[in-house]
Each structure stands twice: as structure tokens, then as C-alpha cells.
Design a protein around this ligand. Structure first.
Ligand code: SF4
Ligand code: SF4
Length: 149
């Protein structure tokens, strides 16, 4: 059951560099429709039903029709992402509702330094044999080995 867009809620991410749903979709199947500027899922049979677009959309405009093994037909399943947890809300066909909340972090928000320990991105690096993303130690060891040949 693929994702779909509530075009009345979609604001085209007009205040962002790139639409969040387009940026995050691992299947690369979300595009902005022209000329409406609203998001659309272009290849329904290629949707992974991963809910990434639903979690990322700042307007709550993305939704996934839950597959029968997740929620029964006619029910809805919506994630709400917070800074420390994610809440999954299920509304069943008979109107009954359930919610499940799970922590999503083990570290403080903003505390991770993703490039710590990696070679800095400098103009000189363009002429270096070191590899992007390589640790400083690995780069130094490889450079020394190359120099010793
Ligand atoms: S559910 Fe996943 S694969 Fe499907 S459109 Fe959304 S982000 Fe893409
Ligand atoms: S992330 Fe939401 S608001 Fe932004 S373009 Fe996609 S559906 Fe529209």
C-alpha cells in the first residue's frame, strides 16, 4: 500500500532548500508536480512503505495506507516524531485508537559530531591521496606506506 499526499496540506516545503519528502525517500519516487508544486508519489509499485516521508513532512501531508499485516484495511497508522521519541497512533475502523511510543535516541539532541576524527575538507585535500571520510590515522598510515614504496 503506497504512500500518498494530502495535497490540501502540502505547502511544497516552500521555505526549505528541498522538499523533505523528496529528500528523504529511499526509493526516489516523490517529485513535485508541475505546475501545482505539490508533492506526488510517482511510482506507486516502487514504494517501500517505509514511512520516512510521513515522518519527515513538516505539514503532516504524507500518509501511508497501512498494509494488512500492520493495520487492517480502513485503519490508519500515523507516526509523530519528537526530539526524543516517536509515537505511532493507530485508529481502527471501529474508531478505537491505540498509541505506542518508543525512544529514538540514546544521546542528547545535537551532541553527535558526525565528522569528528575524520580528515577536514580543505582545498589542499583535493590534491591529497587521502580519502574523504577516512580517519586521520588511516590516511596517515596509507600516505606513509605509499611514501615508503
Ligand atoms: S513510504 Fe518510503 S518509499 Fe514510500 S514514498 Fe514514502 S519515503 Fe518513499
Ligand atoms: S514534505 Fe510535506 S509539505 Fe513538503 S513537499 Fe513533501 S508533502 Fe509537501
Amino acid at each position: 500500500m503506497p504512500a500518498y499526499v494530502d495535497i490540501a496540506s502540502c505547502d511544497s516545503c516552500h521555505d526549505r532548500h528541498e522538499p523533505e519528502c523528496v529528500r528523504i525517500c529511499p526509493a526516489d519516487i516523490i517529485k513535485l508536480d508541475r505546475p501545482s508544486g505539490k508533492a506526488e508519489v510517482t511510482e506507486l509499485d516502487c514504494c517501500w512503505e517505509c514511512f520516512a516521508c510521513v515522518k519527515a513532512c513538516p505539514c503532516g501531508a504524507m500518509a501511508v495506507r497501512g498494509a494488512a499485516d500492520v493495520v487492517p484495511l480502513g485503519a490508519s497508522l500515523r507516526p509523530s516524531r519528537g526530539l526524543a521519541s516517536i509515537r505511532w497512533s493507530v485508529t481502527f475502523r471501529n474508531g478505537a485508537a491505540k498509541a505506542f511510543e518508543f525512544p529514538i535516541r540514546t544521546t542528547a539532541w545535537g551532541s553527535i559530531e558526525p565528522f569528528a576524527g575524520l580528515l577536514p575538507a580543505t582545498a589542499e585535500a583535493l590534491h591529497s591521496t587521502d580519502l574523504c571520510g577516512e580517519t586521520t590515522e588511516a590516511g596517515t598510515a596509507r600516505t606513509q606506506a605509499a611514501a615508503a614504496r
